[in-house]
Design a protein around this ligand. Structure first.
Ligand code: DGL
Length: 257
């Protein structure tokens, strides 16, 4: 295993902070750099090519900051750009947010699993393809839920509008008979309470913690430092949401790539 000194994470916006929060519980105090590409949010509605372009620039930036382990804290980027990033930056260790969850699902002993994701993630079929590679018996039922990211980023969590929209999606016949549900977008764990209140019998897969456990396996240094935060567009709304939802009151430096 390579010696990891600093962890870089990125997402289109707030979503990757669900992974950062989970990571802070298992690896408190270890140096992490977070980049939120708010200028290009949402990723989920973009083409693979566009998402790859943004991701390559961000990974180069995180590498320049000294990060040697990159957590692709975004399902859309993991699905659309994961392979491209690994081949362009062989010197870095990558953890995407899909593989650890697929490994978890493959050993869960549940057959019918639902997935909520962005259009890019659902279009990629990344979860089903990776499950098939593992000869898993799990049948995956994926639904694109593009309204959820704007709702979260615009501060509609807990307003009732979020639960109406979520209930509409969860009623879709695609999800009939599922036993477990994967929040296949790093923003969606913020909807856990609302979703589990609607789908009472369904197991909610705790994706950020599963990913954080995987990252922790790679950490092997005594390095301690504050987290650092960057944004490609610095809006008051984002700063308010980061503080309100994640209690992150740090300075977010504007870096346009
Ligand atoms: N949070 C990201 C994901 O996991 C991106 C959402 C978006 O920007 O559309 O897919």
């Amino acid at each position: 295993m390579k010696g990891v000194q600093k962890i870089g994470l990125f997402d289109s916006g707030l979503g990757g902070l669900t992974v950062l929060s989970a990571l802070n519980k298992v690896l408190p105090g270890v140096p992490k750099v977070y980049y939120g590409d708010t200028l290009h949010l949402p990723y989920g509605d973009k083409s693979d090519r566009a998402i790859q372009g943004y991701s390559i620039k961000i990974v180069q930036f995180l590498k320049d900051q000294g990060c040697d382990l990159i957590v692709i804290a975004c399902n859309s980027a993991s699905a659309s750009a994961g392979k491209e990033l690994e081949s362009r930056f062989p010197e870095l260790t990558f953890i995407n947010v899909i593989d650890p969850v697929v490994d978890y699902l493959a050993q869960l002993g549940i057959n019918r699993v639902g997935l909520l994701g962005t259009r890019a993630t659902v279009r990629s079929e990344a979860y089903s393809l990776k499950l098939a590679q593992k000869n898993s018996e799990v049948a995956l039922y994926a639904l694109a839920t593009p309204l959820l990211v704007p709702l979260i980023e615009d501060g509609f969590l807990g307003t009732g509008i979020d639960s109406d929209v979520l209930a509409h999606y969860l009623n879709d016949s695609t999800l009939d008979g599922i036993q477990a549900l994967v929040p296949g977008c790093t923003h969606y764990p913020l909807l856990k309470k609302t979703a589990t209140a609607i789908l009472k019998e369904v197991l909610w897969i705790d994706a950020p913690n599963i990913v954080a456990e995987e990252v922790a396996k790679h950490w092997n240094s005594n390095e301690i430092a504050e987290d650092t935060f960057y944004l490609s567009d610095r809006t008051d709304n984002f700063l308010t949401m980061a503080k309100k939802t994640f209690q992150i009151d740090a300075y977010w430096e504007l870096v346009r790539l």
